[in-house]
Ligand binder design. Sequence first.
Ligand code: 6CS
Length: 363
Amino acid sequence: MFKKKYLFGLLTVLALSFLLVACGGEEETETDTGSDTEGDDTASSDIEAATWRFVTEEVSGQVQYEYAAEFAARIDEKTDGAITVEPYEYGGLGSETDQVELLQNGGVEMAVMSPGFTGGMVKEGQIFALQFLFPDSVETTQEILETSEALNTDLRERYEEYNISPLSFWTEGAMQWTSSTPLETPEDFQDFKMRTQESPLILESYRAYGAEPTAMSWSELYTALDNGTVQGQENPIFFIGDASFNEVQDYMTISNHNNYVAMTTVNTDWYNGLDDNVKDIVDETVEEMQEWVFDEQASQNEEFLETIKNDTDNPTEVVELTEEQRDAFRELAVPVRDFYRDEVSEVDGAILDKLEEEIEAAQ
Ligand code: 6CS
């Protein structure tokens, strides 16, 4: 059952969304900035009071929300309280795709966004759907996400065409499959009803295994797994455990078929309009947060693996694929890159070509 706290949030979606958009662009407040002394060169003396809304796709305790909360604490400290960042849990502001729109139209200033939910719009962003593209090492993947020019320059430009600036890319950990029947070979995926995010290329990747994928919001997923509308899903372990998907699934396959990538995004117009000193604080904090979030996802993923294994009330058979078993999936996944180049990319796969070179160099 989708937890009550999420349900309550969803009921307030419309009202809140209207309110936020109506207030968009009025984030500057008239409150005291602590800048009474002329010539005072402390950070806060130069900073106008403001409130920034930071929406996430997860709830309290989960990685994205904790990221926003930590980001808020750091901004508060760096600006001596002049700037307040308000983190929003998932559920109160609509679906993940509604949240993308909210960021674009200025209803919120900041968002943690999964590229999967922008798949119908920013075609190149679907690059993260390509399985077995990034290295198996989560650490090396994070390094690539931080340094890649293909992502931080070229892909960022594609997003900026839609008034979304990804300031950073980071991983929430390796993704695993959960299922009601064992998933160890591509044959196991024949006609398997797989839940995915709203990205045509994620759907295509599962069709390549023979599955029948269905896109849906994670807010509907527990119920859909419980009643058999879908038979399985992919996510990092912390999310599987915290959302209790293991309660309604019998198997968890340690497939490490992909890394879950999230982006720290801002409304481009808003960001470009920030004073230089404030923009510097945002950039510096986004950079600092990379190490913080890497540690956070690592400890949450580790902790929830134990929780799932030890949950005797809801037993889950945890199966780790061998390299040979993973190769069988890799063989079917690699040709999806040609599909991306030919059918998805609007720049003839140039971003993927560059990213592949960067991945090669990093390994
Ligand atoms: O599966 C999903 O849709 C959700 N998974 C994670 C790890 N974060 C938010 C996202 O919406």
